[in-house]
Design a protein around this ligand. Structure first.
Ligand SMILES: NC(=O)NCCC(=O)O
Ligand SMILES: [Zn+2]
Ligand SMILES: [Zn+2]
Length: 463
């Protein structure tokens, strides 16, 4: 199977240049001017378009059992939606229940993910601690291609990691050459604020952001960064949503600490007015944690991305339909937390980032794929257009437009947080592992075509 992408401008994180790209099997075989088309090759005309590495979404939850229900998108529908939007790899999360074996949970998620249409890889959450967790982390790194462990500092009485777990797991990650990641929110504070709001009779969705103010996030971000500093580990902070967390990252990085931050497409463009919408169903559809924030925080996030203190863009794709969200209609703490975006991230970040001059096209590539591949150690297999890399490519029409709508999305859940937004800059073709899976609106996603991507450990401090 050969595909020649002809006449486009290749955009990598370090430079842009005119070149054709030839894919053979699942790899890029040649990048250069005026390449000859081998007999039988599929030709993609990329004239006037950009040719960029397929997007890597560092944060999704497909088929996640969460808050008493299961997300609407499974690994097929979720990865297929990603392909339609130019994202060819997702990084999802194995989340063991407290006391559950990490390996058992990992195998369960591997089974669920077999129907994926695009490539996938897993962060594994550490939700509790004992010697078996210590040992299984080693097995996951050595034998299963896991190099990142996730810690939820929120979700008390469920999956929250206490400080003992954080310290022990961060230390173990360092030994193994893995990177700890955190959902930074002080879970105790969130819980107490939730109880106080409920006691005052404030039970509706408008209470959700009140229970999770920026300080709650900043405290946890500062704590995770401080723990990482004392132990000498890097740390990656998922879904940074507020200026105060970004300040913590910026401060630490200025002192030479290796701290990485992830911004969500939603947090970049949606503000907290959604929680005051007169239709509670609409408001509930936006319940995620951390919540959407005011424009002051959005501006800070864009500056963080541009200035290099935030490194990746993701979605935290975690879709629930209106019936599922309605579980919390009389008690906001029961609204399943999560929103979608895997299909829209690339176009939303391009439109709000590149079209406004906030990001250059190469910076766009950096924050949508290259940095993710480097931070999680799958570069240059992914995150760059060069010979030998995976043939994961998005052909991008910078003048093409689309109005985002749940009515036309591939993702399940029946709602789109970007509804009605017209974006300029859209994928015309997505090539995943060398296959043309999306062509001018036609999606040819195949269940099972996606591969589990093993991520090697960084140099470990012990064998
Ligand atoms: N973010 C969210 O609200 N739901 C998914 C779980 C998480 O990432 O915290
Ligand atoms: Zn989270
Ligand atoms: Zn998440």
């Amino acid at each position: 199977m050969m595909t020649l992408i002809r006449g486009g401008t290749v955009i990598n994180a370090d430079r842009a240049f005119r070149a054709d790209v030839l894919c053979e099997g699942d790899k890029i075989m040649a990048v250069g001017e005026n390449l000859d088309a081998p007999a039988g090759a599929t030709i993609v005309d990329a004239g006037g378009q950009y040719v960029m590495p397929g997007g890597i979404d560092t944060h999704t939850h497909m088929q996640l059992p969460f808050m008493g229900t299961v997300t609407a998108d499974d690994f097929f529908t979720g990865t297929a939606a990603g392909l339609a939007g130019g994202t060819t790899t997702i990084m999802d999360f194995v989340i063991p229940n407290p006391q559950q074996s990490l390996l058992e949970a990992f195998n369960t998620w591997r089974g669920w993910a077999e129907k994926s249409a695009g490539d996938y890889t897993f962060h594994v959450a550490v939700t509790w601690w004992d010697q078996s967790v210590h040992e299984e982390m080693g097995v996951l790194v050595r034998d299963h291609g896991v190099n990142s462990f996730k810690h939820f500092m929120a979700y008390k009485n469920a999956i929250m990691a206490d400080d003992e777990t954080l310290v022990k797991s961060f230390r173990r990650s360092l030994e193994l050459g893995a990177i700890p990641t955190v959902h930074a929110e002080n879970g105790e504070l969130v819980y107490q604020l939730q109880q106080e709001l409920l006691a005052k009779g404030i039970r509706g969705v408008e209470a959700h952001p009140l229970s999770r103010p920026p300080e709650v996030e900043a405290e946890a971000a500062n704590r995770a960064i401080a723990i990482a500093n004392v132990l000498g580990t890097p740390v990656y902070i998922v879904h940074v949503s507020c200026a105060e967390s970004l300040e913590a990252i910026t401060r630490a990085r200025a002192k030479g600490q290796r701290v990485y931050g992830e911004a969500l497409a939603g947090h970049l463009v949606i503000d907290d007015s959604v929680y005051r919408h007169p239709d509670p169903e609409f408001a509930r559809a936006h319940v995620m944690s951390p919540p959407f924030r005011s424009s002051h925080h959005q501006q800070a996030l864009w500056q963080g991305l541009r200035g290099g203190n935030l490194h990746t863009t993701a979605t935290d794709h975690c879709t629930f339909c209106a019936e599922q969200k309605a579980a919390g209609k009389d008690d906001f703490t029961r609204i399943p937390n999560g929103c979608g975006g895997v299909e829209e991230r690339m176009a939303v970040v391009w439109d709000a980032g590149v079209n406004t001059g906030l990001l250059t096209p190469s910076e766009f590539v950096k924050v949508t794929s290259t940095n993710a591949a480097q931070i999680f150690n799958i570069y240059p297999r992914k995150g760059v257009i060069q010979v030998g890399a995976d043939a994961d490519i998005v052909v991008w029409d910078p003048e093409g437009t689309r109005t985002i709508s749940a009515a036309t999305q591939h993702s399940k859940g029946g709602f789109n947080v970007f509804e009605g937004r017209t974006v300029r800059g859209i994928p015309t073709h997505t090539i995943a592992a060398g296959k043309l899976v999306f062509e001018r609106g036609e999606l040819r996603a195949e269940p099972g075509a996606g591969r589990h991507i093993e991520r090697p450990a960084f140099t470990a401090t012990v064998a």
